[in-house]
Design a binder for this molecule. Structure first.
Ligand SMILES: Cc1ncc(COP(=O)(O)O)c(C=O)c1O
Length: 390
């Protein structure tokens, strides 16, 4: 089956957050993590049918929608879940914030590995909890970002209550291996920490030899203190439909989590449930085609950064996601984002991920090849200009 990833609908002038940021300016947006691809045809068709129904009341998932989640986790990841474990949410960031409330008390601490998606640090703060950042260690020999186990142990205090894991990891695009996940599980068990595992990128693994290992499959003991956050949103490019889920096997932890949602967390809407089912049930050929496209795009980015003007480096393989984490420290720029915007490309600011200031930018390569090639041309222009200026 072939799908068109080259001629997406025009997003300029639409409600797109990604494109509105640069409305009226000639800046290609390659920042926030949504892709410039239309959703899978099966999703669009299911939504059209749902629109045609004409009544959009308060929603509850029907059994086939719940079954689609259960079957998807079983077939793609070998994870058998009980439908009772599912708590539907309007987004994963909501899930991180609710977990901060449910897993820790005021002033208590939540660990995460940095650099990391900014809400891992803001969610604890929003709840009056304290994020404790443990930097990933870059291992030059293996070209990979590793967990610094000694630093992690040192970071634990009597107030530590939870660990926020991002797997696959945004922004370093790493897929954690079984041995690391087992060691993390042992760490969380020993320190009695809730393990909150954000696995939103788990169906976007680009390395054919790698598999996603759901934290929930690491054993019944750790599963009892695990909250897994998932969504079809990144993979099937439907983040604007606000549909996500937490999977919480332990009834008491689930009760605390649900309690923390009361009165403040909106319900998932009719379109979200419909799109979620169509994505999980009928869009696997599209996902496979997407992965092929993303692998090609990733390779273009790697080649362009390696072969382009000096000053930018991608230090580790991009194993998953459609995000490239680029080290630009050697350019010595005061404001890398403003610099690259002035050359027509809008990137994400590494500092927001708790990276060293002025050292990293993140590039979203989930777009048609022509857009990507133009973005990379502009990246090169920015690099060349920075080299001349220094
Ligand atoms: C790791 C991670 N978690 C959560 C989200 C956002 O999730 P949501 O839009 O469901 O709040 C993103 C979006 O980029 C992400 O990369």
């Amino acid at each position: 089956m072939s799908f068109d990833f080259d001629h997406p609908p025009e997003r300029r002038g639409t409600d797109s957050q990604k494109w509105q940021k640069y409305a009226g300016r000639d800046v290609l947006p390659m920042w926030v993590a949504d892709m410039d691809f239309a959703a899978p045809p099966a999703v669009i068709e299911a939504l059209q049918q749902r629109v045609a129904h004409g009544i959009y009341g308060y929603a509850r998932p029907v059994p086939s929608q719940v079954a689609a989640v259960v079957e998807n986790l079983s077939s793609l990841h070998g994870w058998t879940i009980d439908p009772e474990w599912i708590v539907w949410l309007p987004g994963l960031v909501v899930g991180l914030n609710v977990t901060a409330l449910a897993a820790a008390g005021p002033g208590e601490e939540i660990l995460c590995l940095t650099p990391v998606y900014p809400p891992f640090m803001s969610a604890p703060r929003n709840a009056g909890r304290v994020p404790v950042m443990v930097p990933l260690a870059y291992a030059a020999g293996t070209r990979s970002w590793e967990i610094d186990w000694e630093a992690l142990e040192r970071a634990v205090t009597p107030r530590t209550r939870a660990f926020f894991l991002c797997n696959p990891h945004n922004p370093v695009a790493r897929v954690f291996r079984r041995a690391e996940l087992e060691r993390l599980a042992e760490f969380c068990l020993r320190h009695r920490l809730v393990l909150c595992s954000d696995e939103i990128h788990c169906d976007l693994i680009l390395e054919p030899g790698l598999r996603h290992i759901p934290t929930g499959t690491l054993g019944s003991e750790i599963a009892r203190q695990t909250i897994t956050l998932l969504a079809p949103s990144k993979t099937y490019n439907i983040p604007g439909l606000g549909t996500a889920l937490a999977i919480i096997p332990d009834p008491e932890l689930r009760r605390r989590f649900v309690h923390a949602t009361h009165g403040i967390v909106a319900e998932v809407n009719v379109f979200g449930f419909t799109a979620c089912e169509a994505a999980f049930r009928h869009s696997e050929p599209w996902r496979q085609a997407l992965l092929g496209r993303l692998r090609r795009n990733r390779d273009l980015v790697l080649e362009a950064v390696a072969a382009g003007p000096a000053g930018a480096r991608i230090e580790a393989p991009i194993e998953a996601t459609y995000l490239a984490w680029i080290n630009v420290a050697d350019l010595g720029l005061q404001d890398p984002i403003a610099h690259f915007e002035s050359h027509g490309i809008g990137l994400s600011e590494g500092r927001h991920f708790a990276a060293r200031p002025r050292a990293y930018v993140r590039l979203n390569f989930g777009c048609p090849e022509a857009t990507l090639r133009e973005g990379l041309r502009r990246l090169h222009a920015g690099l060349a200009a920075a080299a001349t200026a220094s």
